[in-house]
Design a protein around this ligand. Structure first.
Ligand SMILES: Cc1cc2nc3c(=O)[nH]c(=O)nc-3n(C[C@H](O)[C@H](O)[C@H](O)COP(=O)(O)OP(=O)(O)OC[C@H]3O[C@@H](n4cnc5c(N)ncnc54)[C@H](O)[C@@H]3O)c2cc1C
Length: 372
């Protein structure tokens, strides 16, 4: 068999590249080692008829009109604004931390004072990174910064990464904002929605082009010698590709415990975080994401963060530490020595990408490949 492109991985990166290249007249073979398409965005009906996300909740949001328009060719959308709450000192508060969270936690007098000061100092609508708030001289705002850091951020970080915030790259801490507003949507992006029939249906349409063949349940190593190809696009782990030549790139993994309950709804919003209590980090209620409100029962996922052990669990999140970035750069040097092999995606670029970023990256690579 001979193809123009061999693409390893059928997630957003691989599927976008396969669709674009096939539409440009190329013959493409996609090899995926899991027994399904969709990568980590894969969804499926569980045995109770609830559409669940096997690898964790996926909410689509983007500011990129280009990505939105592109994906809209393969799906209709269900409008959805993600809402997240956290249990702090026994109270449920909206996240990201906002003026509404102040109201949920503190006495009206203290909340009024903090709100006034936040608006006076930063302006209504501002997003203030928590580290910036910690630099303030105002004792009330210092109290607030320390409170949020201790009760919302620190515990969650410890559970999520198994590391203290100081051990992570400062960019992670810098990103956590306090919102000086009453907008309780978790994302503020222009486009926010869920694919009407789910992600797997979207992927099926992307990969249905006659120029694309998909081989499931096969590691690319198994087909390497069998298939001839002009170019290889690799969306698997870059360190694995090079036989861990410079050591393994660390990832954090997750474990999901799903339960179906004989209740119409289990919790107030799709996602409730537990920064300080319980071993799990969060609980997701799928029907709040997918709109299956008509079902008399509900499926929830308890999410546990754990160390990644190759072969036992999945590499989910690249661990954002400077030394890991340095190791990745060594692999990038190796990649540059190869001709006709391209790395992309969450595992190929060793980057945390949201789905829209993975698609944008793939569209850019497609342009580079076809204009080179
Ligand atoms: C728990 C969790 C929640 C998330 N929630 C959101 C969210 O709410 N919103 C959002 O925008 N993004 C979210 N994301 C990010 C989203 O999952 C990624 O943006 C997306 O999966 C990236 O797609 P990808 O194709 O680069 O990688 P993947 O989806 O990981 O696809 C790579 C594929 O390559 C395959 N592969 C690897 N090695 C080989 C090999 N040797 N041979 C054959 N196949 C191989 C893998 O099996 C995999 O299917 C979340 C991620 C996680 C982990």
């Amino acid at each position: 068999m001979k193809v123009d492109y061999l693409i390893v991985g059928a997630g957003f990166t691989g599927a976008t590249l396969a669709e674009r290249l096939a539409s440009a007249g190329k013959r493409v073979l996609v090899v995926e080692r899991r027994d399904h398409i969709g990568g980590n965005a894969y969804d499926e009906m569980d045995s109770h008829g609830v559409l669940v996300h096997r690898y964790g909740p996926h909410i689509f949001h983007t500011n990129s009109q280009r990505v939105w328009d592109y994906l809209s060719r393969f799906t209709e959308w269900r409008p959805y604004y993600h809402r997240v709450r956290a249990v702090v000192e026994g109270k449920e508060i909206p996240l990201p931390f906002s003026l509404a969270s102040l109201r949920a936690l503190f006495s009206p007098r203290l909340a009024d004072r903090l709100e006034e000061k936040l608006i006076a100092q930063y302006g209504y609508g501002a997003r203030v990174p928590i580290l910036k708030l910690r630099e303030t001289q105002d004792p009330d705002l210092r109290f607030l910064a320390d409170y949020v850091y201790r009760n919302v951020f620190e515990g969650y970080t410890l559970k999520q990464w198994g590391l203290r915030p100081e051990e992570l790259s400062p960019t992670v801490t810098a990103r956590v904002p306090i919102l000086v507003s009453y907008d309780t949507r978790y994302f503020q992006d222009t486009y926010q929605a869920m694919p009407k029939e789910g992600y797997t249906a979207l992927f099926r349409r992307m990969l249905s082009h006659p120029g694309i063949k998909v081989l499931l349940g096969a590691d690319w190593k198994e087909v390497e010698g069998e298939v001839r190809f002009d170019r290889l696009i690799f969306t698997g782990p870059i360190d694995e590709f090079f036989g861990y030549l410079h050591g393994a790139l660390p990832y954090r993994s997750l474990r999901f415990h799903m339960e179906t309950l004989r209740l119409p709804f289990f919790q107030s919003v799709a996602q409730v975080n537990y920064p300080n209590e319980h071993a799990y980090t969060r609980i997701t209620e799928f029907k709040r994401l997918t709109g299956q409100d008509y079902l008399p029962h509900t499926t929830v996922a308890f999410e546990y963060s754990e160390a990644y052990e190759p072969g036992r669990n999945e590499p989910y999140y690249p661990v954002p530490k400077d030394e890991n970035e340095a190791r990745y750069r060594k692999y990038l040097e190796e990649a540059r020595k190869l001709k006709s092999v391209y790395f992309a995606g969450r595992l190929g670029d060793y980057r945390y990408y949201n789905m829209d970023q993975a698609v944008a990256r793939a569209l850019k690579l497609f342009e580079e490949l076809t204009h080179a």
